[in-house]
Design a protein around this ligand. Structure first.
Ligand code: C5P
Length: 254
């Protein structure tokens, strides 16, 4: 992987829909405007690999938002099964711990070698974007601010051999400083242009802010999928990304 080659590559469209018909409609309509289609839990529980094959047949690329979080042996086996089913880009929770992560990376790489396959890109999910400080402190009893907590998780991910992390744009800036490896991938969920509703997300960022913070990819769902004109919404986001990339190049960083 798979650093983005053009602005379009940077958009991962979240397909939080229930049927393969809806998947087909969104892929056909938007494949020229987004780089990847994210299959998350709502589709995985019913259609899993069938949805992946459909997207690939229609000419799209897939990001499999598996969010595995279990004991090391279980996650290793699950990830090996993903690889055997030709899933090239997926994630696990960093909160599963370094033993779970490094064991998984090792097992997956060994499996790829045996099967003569390219190793997949595996990302680590830091703290879900629906969490705010109050929930982290009061419900998870974590006595750190979100940025310190996410920064520690990113370090664990890097040292355990993951290819990148899922984190918000605010946290991306710090992760880029702390992990100098330019190939380390940062995916930012909960991206919200200023014209879109925040919905149930808490730690949201605009596409511009994500790019200026050093994010590689952004996950966007409802701002595009529920828009009256989905192509126009995707095009607006693409324009915002393109301008932000140019400004970043010219060091206009606000
Ligand atoms: O519709 P919306 O833009 O809010 O969709 C956001 C997507 O981001 C959801 O599909 C959610 O599962 C995903 N997400 C993610 N990684 C996280 C948190 C949310 O990919 N850490």
């Amino acid at each position: 992987m798979i650093k983005p080659q053009c602005p379009k590559d940077r958009i991962i469209l979240a397909l939080d829909v229930d049927t393969l018909e809806e998947v087909k409609e969104l892929v056909l309509e938007l494949k020229d405007y987004v780089g990847y289609f994210k299959i998350g839990l709502p589709l995985i529980v019913t259609y899993g690999f069938e949805a992946v094959r459909l997207i690939e047949e229609l000419g799209g690329r897939c990001y499999y938002d598996s969010k595995f979080h279990d004991i090391p042996n279980t996650v290793q086996k699950a990830c090996i099964n993903l690889v055997k089913n030709n899933i090239h880009f997926f994630n696990i929770h960093i909160q599963g711990g370094s033993k779970m992560i490094s064991g998984t990376v090792k097992a997956v790489n060994a499996c790829c070698k045996r099967l003569d396959k390219e190793p997949p890109v595996i990302l680590g999910v830091t703290l879900l974007s629906s969490f705010g400080q109050r929930t982290l402190t009061e419900e998870l009893c974590v006595d750190k601010n979100i940025e310190d907590y996410v920064s520690k998780l990113a370090q664990v991910a890097y040292e355990s051999g993951l290819d990148g992390v899922v984190a918000s744009a605010d946290e991306a800036r710090r992760i880029r400083q702390q992990i100098p490896d330019k190939d380390f991938i940062i995916v930012c969920p909960a991206t919200r242009p200023t014209w879109a509703s925040v919905n149930d997300q808490v730690r949201v960022d605009t596409p511009r802010s994500a790019i200026l913070s050093g994010v590689d990819y952004m996950v966007i769902g409802r701002p595009i999928t529920t828009a009256d004109n989905r192509i126009a919404a995707a095009q607006l986001i693409l324009d915002e990304i393109t301008t932000a990339l140019e400004d970043k190049e010219n060091e206009i960083l606000v």
